[in-house]
Design a protein around this ligand. Structure first.
Ligand SMILES: *Cc1c(COP(=O)(O)O)cnc(C)c1O
Length: 364
């Protein structure tokens, strides 16, 4: 609790400080490459009968929206006078992002990663080491992401005086879900202004994003929650925490979680490593319960089709995670759930390079 309280106080002070915002905005512009464009998908729109716009987080430095969060938390770490940053990672993407920020700010960096994941994701382990980070394989439990979160929390409790825990999504104890959403809000705010320019002052009818922990969706939705746009989060069918989960408490948050009859957290399964966390950020649970956003599944098969459709019609190979969002748009426009002539904004959370080898194996 003292660690979380200290972090909340530091974040509140930074977020109210114009000097913090001007430093962060400069990094987002000159280092990460913001603002990212909104791309109109002419050929895909013609094929589907709905107007599809993409918010291009895939074009940032490091290739996904994760950079927005780690630059914010990195700057906060420096501001708190701490010289060490730790993180958990599943497939390695958040670990690589944190190691990137640590190198930029000159911080010591330790990344906890389940031993099983270190074997599956050798290349990301190597990337983190190239960036100067130490990767610590976690050998407890199922030796995957949720065990890595446990280890990172244990480290933080023992080292909070000089260490910041850089959590990777809108999850965990307060203030993380709120703070990470605020660091990702830039995605939705840029997109809203860009859409209004493109659409003569109007907002899109649908705003769609994939949901793993939920950070790219939370940041996107933050820009549109007070409009009339329908907000749609797309979960992996095998990790659908909102669709199939029940309320529970883990890692300091109450949210929807996949769990067995005894309340033990179950393993999530998905083609996409970024979406196989068994829980979802509590703000998404709230938006679902309040009826403001809806959450739908996409199957692995639909995702592979969607990835190829976007590649062939627009020359954009998406990461497997945002291919879930595209998959729902394909399904819902074909079924008429999205009426003909609607405008749909999709957050392209990351680029497909990281998944090319896996997709090659799956498509044969
Ligand atoms: C990590 C990742 C995700 C999932 O994380 P969220 O917190 O749900 O955004 C989605 N897309 C990409 C490209 C990712 O790297």
């Amino acid at each position: 609790m003292p660690a979380c309280n200290q972090l909340e106080a530091a974040f509140r002070a930074a977020w109210a400080d114009p000097a913090f915002h001007s430093r962060l905005d400069a990094l987002l512009r000159d280092y990460a490459g913001r603002p990212t464009p909104v791309t109109e998908c002419l050929r895909l729109s013609e094929r589907l009968g709905v107007r599809v716009l993409l918010k291009r987080e895939d074009l940032t430095h490091t290739g996904s929206h994760k950079i927005n969060n780690v630059l914010g938390q990195g700057l906060l770490t420096v501001g708190m006078g701490k010289g060490r940053i730790i993180a958990e990672t599943g497939a390695g993407q958040h670990g690589v992002a944190t190691a990137t920020a640590a190198a930029l700010f000159g911080l010591d960096c330790v990344v906890y990663m389940g031993e099983v994941d270190t074997e599956r994701q050798e290349l990301n382990v190597f990337r983190m080491r190239l960036l100067g980070a130490e990767v610590r394989p976690v050998r407890s439990g199922s030796r995957t992401l949720k065990d890595a979160v446990n280890e990172a929390l244990r480290d933080w409790v023992a080292s909070v005086e000089d260490t910041h825990y850089c959590l990777g999504s809108v999850m965990g104890p307060h203030p993380y879900p709120w703070m990470v959403r605020e660091f990702q809000r830039v995605v939705g705010e840029e997109a809203r202004a860009q859409c209004r320019l493109l659409l003569d002052g109007a907002d899109p009818d649908y705003v769609v994003a994939c949901v793993g922990g939920g950070s790219n969706a939370a940041g996107t939705f933050a820009g549109f929650v007070d409009t009339r746009a329908a907000l749609v989060g797309v979960e992996a069918a095998g990790g659908a925490a909102i669709g199939r989960g029940v309320p529970g408490v883990v890692h300091g948050m109450k949210s929807y979680l996949l769990q067995d009859e005894y309340g033990q957290v179950s393993e999530a399964r998905s083609i996409s490593a970024g979406l196989d966390y068994p829980g979802v950020g509590p703000e998404h649970s709230y938006l679902a319960a309040a009826g403001r956003a809806s959450y739908v599944p996409a199957s692995d098969g639909e995702v592979l089709v969607a990835l190829q459709v976007l590649a062939e019609t627009e020359g954009i190979i998406p990461a497997l995670e945002p291919a879930h969002a595209i998959a729902w748009v394909l399904r819902a426009s074909a079924s008429g759930e999205i009426p003909n002539g609607s405008t749909v904004l999709v957050t392209m959370s990351g680029r497909g390079d990281k998944d090319a080898e896996q997709v090659m194996g799956l498509l044969g």
